[in-house]
Design a protein around this ligand. Sequence first.
Ligand code: UD1
Ligand code: CA
Length: 453
Amino acid sequence: MTKRNCLSIVLAAGLGTRMRSDLPKVMHPIGNLPLIGHVLNALKDASSDRVAVVVGPGMEDLEKLVTSLMPEASCHVQAERLGTAHAALAARSALNKVADDVLVLFGDTPLITPMSVETVRCALAEGADVAVLGFEAANPFGYGRLLIKEGVLQAIREEKDATDEERKVSFCNSGIMGFRGTIFLDLLEAIGNDNAKGEYYLTDAVEIANEKGLQVVAVAADEEDVQGINTRAQLADCEAVFQKRMRGAAMEAGVTLQAPETVFFSHDTVLEPDVTVEPNVVFGPGVTVASGARIRAFSHLEGASVGAGSIVGPYARLRPGAELSENVHIGNFVEVKNATIGSGAKANHLAYIGDASVGAGSNIGAGTITCNYDGFGKHRTDIGAGSFIGSNSTLVAPVTLGDGVYVGAGSVVTENAESDSLVIGRGRQVVKPGRAAEIRARFKAARQAKTKT
Ligand code: UD1
Ligand code: CA
């Protein structure tokens, strides 16, 4: 069989009124990726040749987002929101180039898998003119019902237009439909708006195709893959499914999750085999953890990479640009931002390392702070290999310390030091033997004099 080419039209012009949000619905995230991004990813994996996204008027941010996620996708504006068929026609210019298959998908159905998309395309390849992806709904309320007679999909009836009898049907429209490219425009242009909502329903294409004697089929997906998001509660439901999938995939790939239900992933989290994640860990976007590393409980990581065999946490925070080599230890209440930490280096307690580099094998004492911000700009702190920064040191950036430098505890370091220097950045200690006892005696005498009067 020659490869069929495919145009996918993603409808995303709706306001998402039921979300009660200023943000267009498809820009709300799950796994820290906007809903539309999940749909585009599924299409990439299902190798859709071309993608057209239909947005609403004034949704420039959404257009920018689509372009950043998929530069080759085209955006089309649906000037008025007159229904899903009207929306699909807004992408008319994308149809100037012939496509064997035209798929229509909704931007608010983020859990769609490449396999479900393939199911629809297979039906078209096998000769269907129209293929609808349906699912058995636990609660069909609000969905279009697939009306099947003698094995043939006759029509899709929207909730508001359905009879009581039709409402009892639980096999529902997921919103994903496939069309033979050559008939797509004719079918859509034949759709009217004589229904309860006065909208042009894409779903009416089914009845019209039947009238024209075309072949219409329904194929099935799991409800979990096609659940749509109209409300914040449904957003949370989809997030839960997404997290369950990510946890499952991580364990499948050889990662130990001690309490999987307490670990939160982003869409792009990469954990290599033999990573261990303790309970209550959050992975923000852009995290990579190499083999054998351990992320201890209550840590928060984003935009960070953790080298093989490293230990992070408990209670550690890795912010964007934190790059840990192998066998690094970042302990409790340590924050690392935009900093490279060399192999075997340690910062075990209560420290802030920002805009910095720490050489291999160095030890950063408890309470060490890189003062990277002077109220105007950010400055760097560079620490060589094998250095020792005593506890509670304040490294005032910009400052550079060579290899093997030893900084005494409690130092305020403002000047560079060459390799193997000893740096003591604090006033000389004053010790006056017997002076404390003298002071106590003086206070005691004063108190006694007061009680006598
Ligand atoms: C739609 C289907 C229904 C299906 C359900 C699955 C129709 C008529 N109904 O209902 O059969 O069971 O999805 O979730 O197709 N949109 C536009 N422009 C418009 C209207 C909608 O771009 O003028 C977009 C929305 O942004 C959204 C999608 O189309 O991504 C679906 O619209 P929505 O209003 O959510 O349809 P449902 O009532 O959920
Ligand atoms: Ca919907």
